[in-house]
Design a protein around this ligand. Structure first.
Ligand code: PGA
Length: 249
């Protein structure tokens, strides 16, 4: 049985006092039996590490460099994330792929860098609306996952968390139906299994307009092991309710 995982992706939101209020609101309502993680912007990682102490909430970053260190202005190495208390890192979010031109190869290198440093990477994959309408959703997502398997190998891939986030569902209020999401999650797991990865242990999260209202029906699906939550993770009550739904599933 895979333990459910709920990850809050704060994106480029927050500030010192807002962060404190948000974690205060979540403290005390993190259920047993679920892993809960928040991913603030880089400047707040150290602050949030202090805030989450004793709250049962883990810390993740939203991106990392594939390189170990040196003359790379603006970049942040995996070892630095570890140094400020991160255990998790998002990699290949669609906003990084689209707005920063990250391709499958770079994403795979970042996943490898995270694992090398001892972080757990959360590999984000997902198709655009055009790709879905064109009947290519499964092929696109499978290729995104396969590119990482190729670079990492089978053993390392089993340590990665995958987050399926259809691009058309992110921040749009238009979530995939539980059935649509389950089809893709099962496809991802089957692809991993066929490649030789120990797929039954890999957690596959759904992301894209997850809210307290739709979380339970998503978590009821056999291959949905949690959620990557954007907008709804910025409101303590909503985020806590999503975590509670994960615990109840
Ligand atoms: P959303 O974002 O929940 O606001 O749709 C999810 C994500 O981009 O990780």
């Amino acid at each position: 049985m895979r333990k459910k995982l709920v990850v809050g992706n704060w994106k480029m939101n927050g500030g010192q006092s807002q962060n404190a209020a948000l974690i205060d609101g979540v403290r005390g309502s993190v259920p047993e039996g679920v892993d809960v993680v928040v991913c603030p912007p880089y400047p707040y990682l150290a602050q949030v590490k202090t805030l989450v102490a004793g709250a049962g909430v883990g810390l993740g970053a939203q991106d990392l460099s594939p390189r170990k260190g040196g003359a790379f202005t603006g970049d942040v190495a995996a070892s630095m994330l570890l140094d400020v208390g991160c255990e998790w890192v998002l990699v290949g979010h669609s906003e990084r792929r689209t707005l920063h031109g990250e391709d499958n190869r770079l994403v795979a290198e970042k996943v490898a860098a995270a694992l090398d440093a001892g972080l757990t990477p959360i590999l984000c994959v997902g198709e655009t609306l055009d790709e879905r309408d064109g009947g290519r959703a499964e092929a696109v997502v499978s290729a995104q996952v396969a590119a990482v398997v190729d670079v990492l190998g089978l053993v390392a891939m089993a340590k990665v968390v995958v987050a399926y986030e259809p691009v058309w569902a992110i921040g749009t209020g238009r979530t995939a139906t539980p059935e649509q999401a389950e089809v893709m999650h099962a496809c991802i797991r089957e692809g991993l299994r066929v490649a030789g990865v120990a797929a039954d242990g890999v957690r596959i999260l759904y992301g894209g307009s997850v809210t307290a209202a739709n979380a339970a029906s998503l978590f009821a699906m056999p291959d949905i092991d949690g959620a990557l939550v954007g907008g709804a993770s910025l409101v303590a009550d909503g985020f806590s309710s999503i975590c509670a739904a994960a615990a109840a599933s």
